[in-house]
Design a binder for this molecule. Structure first.
Ligand code: GDP
Length: 137
């Protein structure tokens, strides 16, 4: 069993879609190993998305991710990283496949309702960004 890190982003939480997204996660065969609701600080959002610091949308992305509460999740499944990326769909919902979470719920390339780690190494870093070792036993 592998693990990946997921976020239900502020747009989806505010729209009351967190429950439906959790349902899709469980229907997708994932075990929710850890889960927490929090409001990201600017420092947390800037650190989490540090790889995008030079991108033109960085400021806007940080504003979005700090505008309201998010749900952070540790998800477990065989091939978890790829399976969660597949269930999320493409970054831009306009390009997301039918039935994916972003196709169903996302409004735009930025306000795209969910995050997922892009590789097992990234998942390990992102999981420990928001969860402590004892959460992940
Ligand atoms: P992801 O791995 O599919 O989440 O995509 P990326 O790592 O490329 O981007 C991180 C996040 O930045 C995305 O999920 C979006 O919320 C946002 N984002 C990505 N590309 C764009 C863009 O072109 N414009 C804006 N405004 N936001 C973007």
């Amino acid at each position: 069993m592998d693990r990946t890190f997921a976020i239900i982003k502020p747009d989806a939480v505010a729209a009351g879609q967190a429950g439906q997204i959790l349902g899709a996660i469980e229907a997708g065969g994932f075990i929710v190993r850890a889960m927490r609701m929090l409001k990201m600080s600017r420092t947390q959002a800037e650190g989490f998305y540090g790889v995008h610091r030079e991108r033109p949308f960085f400021g806007s992305l940080v504003n979005f991710m700090t505008e309201g509460p998010v749900v952070v999740l540790a998800l477990e499944r065989e091939n978890a990283v790829k399976a969660w990326r597949d269930l999320m769909g493409a970054t831009n919902p306009a390009n997301a496949a039918e039935g994916t979470i972003r196709k169903r719920f996302a409004a735009s390339v930025e306000r795209n309702c969910v995050h997922g780690s892009d590789a097992p190494e990234t998942a390990a870093v992102e999981l420990t960004f928001f969860f402590s070792a004892s959460d992940l036993l």
